[in-house]
Each structure stands twice: as structure tokens, then as C-alpha cells.
Design a protein around this ligand. Structure first.
Ligand code: ATP
Length: 132
């Protein structure tokens, strides 16, 4: 998912997706409501940064993509780099978060952290009766 802070860079991000051997099976741009954002990020409910994350992720359009590749979860997260874009700029300067993110909230892109969450999150956006 391309987050609101990086939506203007979506062309370059899609180029990077293809250059790294992913196929895009589904793609959708939406503005998440607060309820939808809470559902999507439900595992973080109650954490100190939750409200900040909710305000940010609902502040503009996101681009959801269902990506397909061998070991897609691991490879996409490696392309993302560390959660905090400031750390990414020193630890993984060519990563998407280093290139397009700002800090530990505005960090350009999301990636599912397991096959199980990838299934849940693609259903969230793309199932025929999708929540979004
Ligand atoms: P994502 O789930 O978005 O791919 P991640 O797995 O690297 O990111 P998580 O720990 O799952 O990071 O946090 C989800 C999101 O919440 C982060 O991408 C970031 O936008 C925000 N976030 C995480 N930690 C913090 C923090 N300490 N302060 C502010 N925002 C945070």
C-alpha cells in the first residue's frame, strides 16, 4: 500500500515494483474512513502511535496493490526498508522508505508482514464484498 505521503510518487513506486520482478494482480486507490483504517490496522489498536497513524492514513488517498512474486512478503518488506524513514536513509538508502518517506509515521508504503496478513489485507481491499 502506498500511503498518503507518497501518493505523488506512485509512478516511480510502480516502476520499482516491476523492476523488482513483482506482478500487480489488483490495484485500487481509495480514501480510507476512520472505521476502515481502524479495521485495517486493528493489530495496533491501543498503541501510543495509533491515533497519529489513523489521522495520517485517512488524510488522503492510498494506493492498494496486490503483488505477486516468489517470497513476495519478504522481498517487498526488504524493498520497503526499516519502519522509520530516517533510519532507512542510513541503513537502507535505496529502499522505498528512505527515498519517499519522512519519519516513523509518514513512511511512504506499507507491506504485509506474513502470508496470513497478506491474505487478510488483500481481502480487505479486493474481495467482491470487500470492506473497502
Ligand atoms: P507497515 O505495517 O505499515 O508495513 P511496519 O511493519 O514497518 O509498517 P508497524 O510496526 O507494523 O511497522 O507499524 C505500522 C505503522 O504504524 C508504521 O508503518 C508507521 O506508519 C506507524 N508507526 C509504527 N511505529 C510508530 C511509532 N513508534 N511512532 C509513530 N508511528 C509509528
Amino acid at each position: 500500500m502506498v500511503k498518503p505521503d507518497a501518493i505523488q510518487e506512485v509512478g516511480t513506486i510502480i516502476d520499482t515494483v516491476y523492476q523488482n520482478g513483482f506482478a500487480i494482480c489488483n490495484m485500487k486507490s481509495v480514501i480510507l474512513s476512520r472505521n476502515e483504517a481502524e479495521e485495517f490496522y486493528r493489530e495496533h489498536f491501543g498503541k501510543p502511535f495509533f491515533n497519529t497513524l489513523m489521522s495520517f492514513i485517512t488524510s488522503g488517498p492510498v494506493l492498494a496493490m496486490e503483488l505477486k512474486a516468489e517470497s513476495a512478503v519478504t522481498r517487498w518488506r526488504s524493498l520497503l526498508g526499516p519502519t522509520d524513514s530516517r533510519a532507512a536513509r542510513t541503513e537502507a538508502p535505496s529502499s522505498l522508505r528512505a527515498r519517499f518517506g519522512f519519519d516513523n509515521t509518514k513512511n511512504a508504503c506499507h507491506g504485509s508482514d506474513s502470508d496470513q496478513s497478506a491474505n487478510r489485507e488483500t481481502d480487505f481491499f479486493f474481495k467482491s464484498n470487500a470492506k473497502r
